[in-house]
Design a binder for this molecule. Structure first.
Ligand code: 8OZ
Length: 357
């Protein structure tokens, strides 16, 4: 077995000392309290159980009601939600862990039943995504979106700023901007979903504008090393397409490097059309930390770090079913298989009842 000890070495992320290179990836679990969309004691227990990760990145958390696209995902825009998240950060810190909040706006991946006054979801352009969401009644096609007026965009940037402030009040160690997986920021980035003719559409410079405005708003609250940004440059999830992802994401990552943020987190999901994305080339545009994610196991993770392709590796599904994942890697212990049926919504079953070794 190749040497995997690198995974268990500490890592300096700006002013934070992470105990190991094993990150808990953001995972949507849909267990916020339904009326308030606030985290509760069960959610605090779930994160506490996983505090041995070098860094936890929370499930995607909407910055406003407009930013919600699925049933019972938590928010970070009300005082009840801030109080709920305090339970989570206190639980994780009590175990010596570190935790960032992931800031989310779904854009067009939503449904009228979740939107303020039952309105249409918002997007850079009025282009319907071929994708589903799930609601109280189960899976459903997303609703047709309307294009944002240019005059509405500063309000959404302000929502990110307020959410970043709330994250600080709630005791997080930092925040990750969710720029991946076909949600609002990604919809602005890619030319399949952004047909705008104003300063937010057209050229790559224009399409990355919204992402950078959001990041700069967050940087008015947090020091640069406490801010991360997640991308999924090749992924077609949520009906995403772009004519030149390599050029687009190179320019975005260079600009993020210029802002001095602490890390870029890359979901390496491959393209669905067989085209190859050069992740190593992307990494060369960024000087701070690089987190890679997508179907890694301990062996491939340690190889990637040893080869300099990443500093940290994020694990998703393995962390759902193995709360003590770093310990299991260290022992070479068998992993529990996650139960897909309990990923989204429900009770403690398939959430806080997975065993430790
Ligand atoms: C799975 C189900 C719902 C949302 C993502 C936030 O893909 C999500 C998500 C994943 O980033």
């Amino acid at each position: 077995m190749p040497d995997q000890s690198i995974l268990h070495t500490s890592f300096r992320l700006g002013s934070l000392e992470l105990a190991n290179r094993i990150v808990m990836a953001p995972l949507t679990r849909n267990r916020a309290t339904p009326d308030t969309l606030a985290p509760n004691d069960l959610i605090a227990k779930y994160y506490r159980q996983r505090a041995s990760a070098g860094l936890i990145i929370t499930e995607a958390t909407q910055i406003s009601q407009q930013g919600q696209g699925y049933l019972n995902t938590p928010g970070i825009y009300s005082s009840e939600q801030v109080e709920g998240w305090k339970k989570v950060t206190q639980a994780v810190h009590a175990e010596g862990g570190k935790i960032y909040l992931q800031l989310w706006h779904v854009g067009r991946v939503s449904h009228v039943s979740l939107q303020p006054n039952g309105g249409a979801p918002v997007a850079p352009s009025a282009i319907l995504a071929k994708t589903k969401t799930y609601l109280t009644q189960g899976f459903a096609e997303v609703s047709a979106p309307r294009a944002l007026e240019a005059a509405e965009i500063p309000g959404i940037v302000q929502d990110y700023f307020n959410a970043a402030q709330n994250a600080k009040l709630a005791g997080f160690d930092g925040v990750e901007v969710h720029g991946a997986n076909g949600y609002l920021i990604d919809q602005f980035l890619r030319d399949g979903s952004n047909h705008r003719t104003d300063s937010y559409g057209g050229s790559i410079e224009n399409r990355i504008r919204f992402a950078l405005e959001v990041t700069k708003a967050v940087l008015r609250v947090w020091e640069p090393s406490r801010v991360g940004f997640r991308i999924s440059p090749a992924s077609a999830a949520n009906d995403m397409k772009d004519s030149d992802p390599q050029a687009l994401f190179a320019q975005l990552v260079k600009a993020l490097d210029g802002l001095g943020i602490g890390y870029v987190h890359v979901n390496e999901a491959p393209a669905s059309d067989g085209s190859v994305f050069d992740f190593a080339a992307l990494r060369r545009h960024f000087r701070q930390a690089w987190i890679a994610n997508f179907n890694y196991n301990a062996e491939r993770a340690s190889e990637a770090i040893n080869a300099g392709r990443a500093d940290l590796i994020a694990f998703g599904k393995p962390f759902i079913s193995n709360p003590d994942l770093p310990r299991r890697f260290e022992l070479g212990a068998a992993l529990t298989t996650p139960d897909q049926a309990t990923f989204y919504g429900g009770t403690e079953k398939g959430y806080t009842d997975y065993p430790t070794v």
